[in-house]
Design a binder for this molecule. Structure first.
Ligand code: PLP
Length: 459
């Protein structure tokens, strides 16, 4: 029967949190989350909170699903662990590999399991370089990624990622990884440029980089269909098809990091399907098990699988938890829920378009520069002054940290949204109904109002 203050003191004394300033944490104390049901969380003070971020983009079927709990319990009782290293396998891992091959685009018949998205992206780095070695091109090792991308926290994951403050700690990126700018219209569009024109121009930055590095040195391009942690940056529809064309032209492997976009987030099973691209490799994690248990991996398309299997011999790479039977059993149950309840279709046909309407209606609010969605992910850019016919929107001074001001109001008003600079982002569970969207929007509007009053007072 420890109090919130006891837990906060023990937390500050012993627990080093990810991505956290511990002096700030100690001063304020963590919020202790104790329970979840559907889209709702409760903290140790009894406050009920609408989780518009699905935990960390992962609890897609909502909290407290009995099917997933039963699957874990049953597998723990039968066989809590066995590995897949020495020509052994467990039935849940085989069944999940088969299921993923069924659910993914037709070129994907093989899967390599990891414990997380970061490990999945480390696997990508070794896999694409191995592919080109086996093809007789050992110099073809450079991977092109994007500024502001997030691909994980391991050395390779953080190097693929384009977060400059991550690169500044620990001597990153590792050699052979280079970056191009992101397709962020509000930041990079030229005056008068349409979204379509901008999408094609942003894709052309890939071609310039390929020519700069040398086409015979580039192994792969990696990108999230929609950059998530970077602020839900939704590319124009012209962007990805042009990226595909460029990769095809130079024979470069195309990798879609679907750790966030996979399993229905965009209203398609995979984000690459939403944007009409045909990747050679897909990284997944999070939504595959709705975050109930750690699981990730790489879907390996035929082009790479054939070479790896027929010419590769042993690929000396893998994790103790590659194909963990309990994780795989939970993922199977989770995918069962997604299919049975038609969640991907629901996002595509109903809740995605409904959320888009609600976000469009925010557009008149004096704080809102743009409010955009893709399926059930969305972002609101907070601006000091809206765009006019002659001038683009005026951003807030970064010293104001307007996102953090808004996040503070969300925190106090039973809503979890994430702040990325001046962008307030959401990725709610896919089980959302129209009624729950209304409830979430009411909370979002209230927090925008409070933020508005706050920034007026601060000048
Ligand atoms: N890739 C993307 C697009 C992500 O958003 C994340 C995590 O947020 C990762 C990779 C890393 O996944 P993990 O935290 O499971 O290692």
């Amino acid at each position: 029967d420890r109090t919130t203050k006891d837990w906060q003191a023990a937390d500050a004394a012993h627990f080093l949190h990810p991505f956290t300033d511990h002096q700030a944490l100690s001063a304020k104390g963590s919020r202790i989350i104790t329970r979840g049901e559907g889209v709702w969380l409760w903290d140790s003070e009894g406050q009920k909170i609408f989780d518009a971020m699905s935990g960390l983009w992962c609890v897609n079927v909502g909290y407290g699903r009995q099917e997933l709990i039963d699957a874990a319990t049953q597998q723990l009782q039968t066989l809590p662990f066995y590995n897949a290293f020495f020509q052994t396998a467990t039935t849940p891992s085989i069944a999940l590999a088969e299921k993923l091959a069924q659910l993914s685009p037709p070129q994907f018949q093989h899967v390599f399991f990891s414990g997380s998205g970061s490990e999945g992206n480390d696997t990508i780095v070794r896999l694409v370089r191995r592919y080109w070695d086996l093809q007789g091109h050992p110099g073809r090792h450079t991977i092109i990624s994007r500024i502001n991308a997030y691909h994980g926290s391991t050395m390779a994951g953080a190097s693929l990622g384009g977060m400059v403050d991550m690169h500044a700690q620990g001597g990153l990126p590792i050699p052979g990884i280079v970056h191009i700018e992101q397709p962020y219209f509000a930041q990079h569009a030229q005056p008068g440029e349409s979204h379509d024109e901008f999408g094609r121009r942003a894709a052309s930055w890939l071609e310039y980089k390929i020519l700069e590095v040398g086409p015979d040195k580039v192994a792969a391009f990696i990108g999230e269909p929609v950059q998530g942690a970077g602020g839900v940056i939704i590319p124009p529809d012209t962007y990805w098809p042009e990226i595909q064309r460029i990769c095809d032209q130079y024979g470069i492997l195309l990798v879609s990091d679907e750790v966030i976009c996979g399993f229905g987030r965009t209203g398609h099973m995979f984000g690459c399907e939403r944007f009409g691209v045909r990747p050679d490799l897909i990284t997944f994690a999070k939504g595959v098990s709705s975050g109930y248990i750690p699981l990730g991996g790489v879907l390996v398309g035929d082009r790479v699988a054939r070479v790896l299997i027929e010419q590769g011999g042993e690929f000396n790479h893998g994790y103790t938890y590659s194909g963990h039977p309990v994780a795989c059993a939970v993922a199977l149950a989770n995918l069962g829920v997604i299919e049975r309840e038609g969640l991907v279709q629901r996002v595509h046909d109903d809740t995605g378009p409904y959320l888009a309407q609600q976000f469009a209606a925010l557009q008149g609010h004096p704080l809102v520069g743009e409010a955009e969605t893709c399926g059930l992910m969305g972002a609101i850019r907070l601006v000091r002054r809206q765009a006019t016919a002659d001038a683009p929107a005026e951003p807030f001074a970064s010293s104001l940290s307007v996102g953090m001001v808004c996040r503070g109001h969300c925190f106090n008003n039973g809503l979890i949204m994430r702040a990325v600079g001046d962008r307030m982002i959401i990725a709610p569970p896919l089980i959302l109904t129209r009624e729950l969207i209304d409830e979430m929007m009411a909370r979002i509007r209230r927090c925008l109002e409070l933020t508005w009053v706050d920034v007026q007072q601060r000048g």
